[in-house]
Design a protein around this ligand. Sequence first.
Ligand code: FAD
Length: 465
Amino acid sequence: MAHPCYWHDSLATPPVAYSRLDGDIDADVVIIGAGFTGLWSAYYLGNADPSLRIVVLEAEHVGYGASGRNGGWLVGSMAGLDRYIDDWPLAKRQTVCDLLCRNVDDIGAVLEREGIEADYHKGGAVYVAARYPAQEQVQREYLAHLHHIGFRDEDCRWLDPDAMDRIGRFRDQRGGILQRQVATFHPVKLLHGLAVRLVARGVRLYEHSPVEETAPGLARTRHGRVRARHVVTSTEGYTRHLGLKRHILPIESMLIATEPLSSMQWDEIGLAGRQAFGDASRLVTYGQRSQDDRLIFGAQGYYHFGGPARAEFGISARHQRMREGLLNALFPGLGKVSITHGWGGTLGLSRHFRPHAILDAETGMATAGGYAGEGAAMAHLMGQTLAELITGQQTERTRMPWVHANARPAEVLKRWEPEPLRWMSAQAVSASYGLEEAMMQRDLHVPGLSPALNAVNNAVSRMVE
Ligand SMILES: Cc1cc2nc3c(=O)[nH]c(=O)nc-3n(C[C@H](O)[C@H](O)[C@H](O)COP(=O)(O)OP(=O)(O)OC[C@H]3O[C@@H](n4cnc5c(N)ncnc54)[C@H](O)[C@@H]3O)c2cc1C
C-alpha cells in the first residue's frame, strides 16, 4: 500500500534502514531525534571537529517526526521573531532578518556541495489576499509588520492584482505579498541524503531506539546506554518521556497532495515559477507545486487534550475533504483532481511562542525547537548554532537573541499550563478564529473583532513574560 505521506511515498529507492542500539557505548555527543534539528546538529558538529564521536538515537525512523511530514517550505524568517527584537534599533533588526534570509541560501548551498538531490527550488512565496475581501487588509498589515521588523522592501513587497495574476490564478484575489526568501524542497529526500552522508563520515545512527531517560552525560534506551559529554534533545513536537515534555505544546497539522497535474491544468493555475503560496486566513494555508507537478497543500492546526504527538501518518476522509475544499476555493481553475495522499504530523510551540537554542555548558545538556510551524529552515540554523555552542565557537549565530549559551533548558523554557487549562484555551482560540473566518467569508464586519482576538492571543502568550 502507498505511504499516505507523499514525501515518504515518492522516494525513488527504499531508504537505508539503521539498526537499533544494543549495548552501552561512549561518545562525545549524543543527539536524540533524527529530524532536521538532530541531523543538522550532527552535520555541523562533524564539520567543526571531524574527530568528535557523534551518536544519533531515533525512536522510530529517520523523518518519522514533523521533518518528514511538513509542507516543504524553507522560510527566511522566524515565527515569533518580533518577540525577540521588536524594541531593537532598525539597523540591528535588519542584521537579524538578513541572517534568517541567508539561511535559506545556505541550505541550498549545502545541498549542492553535498550532492543531495532534494528538489530545492528558490521560487519565493506569495501570500495572497484571496477568497474574500477582508484578507487584503490582513496581508497589508502583515507586510507593514515585516518591514517594521527589518525585512527589506526588495525581499517582501506588495503585488497588485495584475502582478499577482501573472503568478497564479487565485479566487477573488486583491493582490498580496511576494516574499522572495522562501524555497521549496522535498523534506524526506533531504533527510535521507543527509543521514547517508553523516553515517559515511562516522556518525553512528540508530533507529528504533527510543530514549527513556536523559541525564548529564547519559542517554538511556531500553537496550543500551550512550555516555557522552553532551546530550542534545532535538525532539520538538514529538518530545516524549523526556523532561521537556511540558515545555513544548504539540500542535497537529495536515496536508494533501494531488495527482500530477497536466500542463493544461497548470496553465489555468499558474505558479510557473513554482512559488509557494498561502492566503491570509487564520486557517493557516500553505502550499507548493512539487517537482513532479502536484499541488501539495496544508492547512490548520489542532491541539489535542493531553498533548499527544501524532503517531499515524494517514488522515480521515473528513480532514482530507476540508483541505480539498479549501484548495478548490483558492484555485477556481483547478477543476476535479484526484487527491492521492493525505497525512498529518505534529509541530512544537514553546510557551514563549518563539524558538530557542540552549546549551547548559555545565551539564552539557542542549536543546533547540519551538519553531511554531516554521521549523524546516530554522532547524538548519539551530543545528548549526548548537554545533557552534558545543564546539566553543562564537559566531554571529551564537550571538542571536534566541541563543542561551549557559542556561538550563528547563529554566529558559516556561511550562505550559496543566490540563484542562491548556486544552480549554486552545479550544477557545480555535473557536474564535473559526468564528472570525466565517464572518469574514460572509463579509460581516464586527468593528474591533480582529484586533480584540489578536489582543487576547498576545495576552495569553505574554502572561509568563
Ligand atoms: C504538517 C506540518 C507541516 C509543516 N510545514 C512546515 C513548512 O512547510 N515549513 C516549515 O518551516 N516548517 C513546517 N513545519 C514544522 C517543521 O516541520 C518542524 O518544526 C521541524 O521539522 C522540526 O524538526 P525537529 O528535528 O526539531 O523535530 P522532528 O522532525 O519532529 O523530529 C523529532 C524526532 O525525535 C524523535 N523522538 C522523539 N522522542 C524521542 C525519544 N525519546 N528518543 C528518540 N527519539 C525521539 C521523533 O521520533 C522524531 O523523529 C510543519 C510541521 C507539520 C507537522
